[in-house]
Design a protein around this ligand. Structure first.
Ligand code: BES
Ligand code: ZN
Length: 424
């Protein structure tokens, strides 16, 4: 069958199931109970199995869906119809984005050693060809780049953002950067805005081999990166249901993925929980207006959630009680939360009530999702996440690793936080 047609049929089947059971799983007695304490929210009302079907559509049927791509636009249509079928009004928000178009990269040693590596261009890398000695620059902190002027800096993933590492190398006078993963395999790396010097990404294996070789022999390498930037369209999907309080709560999840992976956990999982939360909330009373937002462009640097926040009028911004961000909900043992203290404390409290292992997420990662766009303009927000995913930003981030029970956990938390925000 033609894949487009299959996609449409699958989406229709899913919509039918979404519609069919919202009545049967939300009896009146349960609805009445919902407005009381967070702990009384019925776990069975949220279906992780149903949410998993959305992950299948996004990650398996549609596949990689980077901002501005046709695949992303198919996901936009799918989500919009799904929200509308649940009774929400929807609006699409379109805004211009600068996308990086990868034209390939290469890296080989020259002279006595002629090894050939298999790098990927770092998104938004400068284009160009350089040949220079390679120096080990650790994690790319300024003090580790003292000997990098005129050289190629070899830098391991970790601690600093890739963009920061490349900016530090450029400031130290390096002519190019060779990044490598801090574990096996590779991940997509992006600078989010045009960089000053060519930069590539290697797997952990290749990077470690290069670093080990440098210990005994000075090495010279030839590095080439080709890429261009292109203006594309970013698309948020906003599902809306008016409440009587005059105040608004936003629940959001990014639905774009990196170009090199199907984005099942990152962030088919969050998008699926968003949609299933929409289904459950469709059967419940809620005092505040609900804005359920599927964000595009997160992987390009939180672009679209920023756009969402910026297009709010001062009155709309004032009316915002809080934001719940769902990103990477299915892999790992421990739940992690970052953001505003009251919301993080409530999330920890809810996890504790259910006996789910949970902790605070600190460091640079704590700012690495759409909630940060809300926090920076003073809106309370919480980021719900699970622990490190070994398949993060790789082709291996597929639907088979998404566990329905983890989606149920995240959904139950989101519903509990909505209850909490109802009282604010
Ligand atoms: N879901 C990730 C962020 C993430 C990964 C948070 C691991 C916590 C732990 C997100 O999609 C992402 O990759 N974000 C970018 C940064 C962002 C500012 C574009 C990242 O972390 O590199
Ligand atoms: Zn993500």
């Amino acid at each position: 069958m033609n894949p487009q047609l299959r996609l449409v049929l699958l989406a229709l089947a899913l919509l039918a199931s979404l519609l069919g059971s919202s009545a049967s799983t939300a009896p009146a007695a349960v609805v009445a109970q919902e407005t009381s304490t967070p702990s009384s929210a019925p776990v069975e009302a949220f279906s992780g199995e149903r949410a998993k079907q959305t992950v299948e559509v996004l990650a398996t049927e549609i596949g990689p869906r980077p901002a501005g791509s046709e695949a992303l636009a198919r996901a936009t249509d799918y989500l919009r119809s799904a929200f509308e079928a649940l009774g929400y009004e929807t609006r699409g928000q379109e805004f211009p984005i600068t996308a990086y178009v990868d034209g390939g990269a290469s890296l080989r040693l020259v002279g006595a050693h002629t090894d050939v590596f298999t790098p990927a261009a770092v998104a938004y890398s400068a284009s160009g060809e350089v040949e220079a000695e390679v120096v080990d620059a650790g994690l790319g902190r300024p003090e580790e780049l003292a000997a990098a002027a005129g050289k190629l800096a070899l830098i391991r993933r970790g601690e600093l953002r890739f963009a920061q590492k490349v900016a530090n190398a450029a400031a130290a006078g390096a002519v190019g950067v060779i990044l490598y993963n801090d574990g096996p395999g590779t991940i997509a790396a992006s600078l989010f805005a045009p960089g000053a010097i060519p930069a590539v990404m290697l797997s952990g294996e290749e990077g470690e081999a290069l670093r080990a070789a440098l210990v005994t022999t000075p090495l010279t390498a030839h590095l080439a990166v080709q890429g261009t930037v292109e203006q594309r369209t970013g698309r948020n999907v906003v599902a809306h249901r008016a409440g009587a309080s005059g105040r608004t709560v936003v629940v959001g999840a990014h639905y774009d993925s990196v170009p090199n992976g199907p984005g099942a956990n990152d962030n088919g999982s969050g998008t699926a929980v968003l949609l299933e939360t929409a289904r459950v909330m469709a059967g419940r009373p809620y005092p505040h207006t609900l804005e359920l937002v599927a964000f595009d462009g997160e992987e390009l640097g939180l672009l679209v959630s920023r756009f969402y926040v910026e297009q709010l009028s001062p009155a709309e911004r004032q009316a915002l009680v809080g934001m719940i961000d769902l990103d990477m909900l299915s892999v790992g043992e421990t739940l992690q939360f970052a953001g505003s203290e009251a919301l993080v404390a409530q999330a920890l409290h809810l996890a504790d009530l259910h006996g789910w292992p949970a902790s605070r997420l600190g460091g640079a990662l704590a700012g690495g999702s759409d909630h940060a766009s809300f926090l920076r303009v003073g809106i309370e927000a919480v980021f719900i996440y699970r622990s490190d995913d070994p398949r993060y930003h790789s082709p291996l981030d597929t639907a088979e690793h998404v566990l329905p029970e983890n989606l149920t956990t995240a959904g139950t938390l989101a519903l509990g936080l909505l209850d909490f925000l109802a009282g604010r």
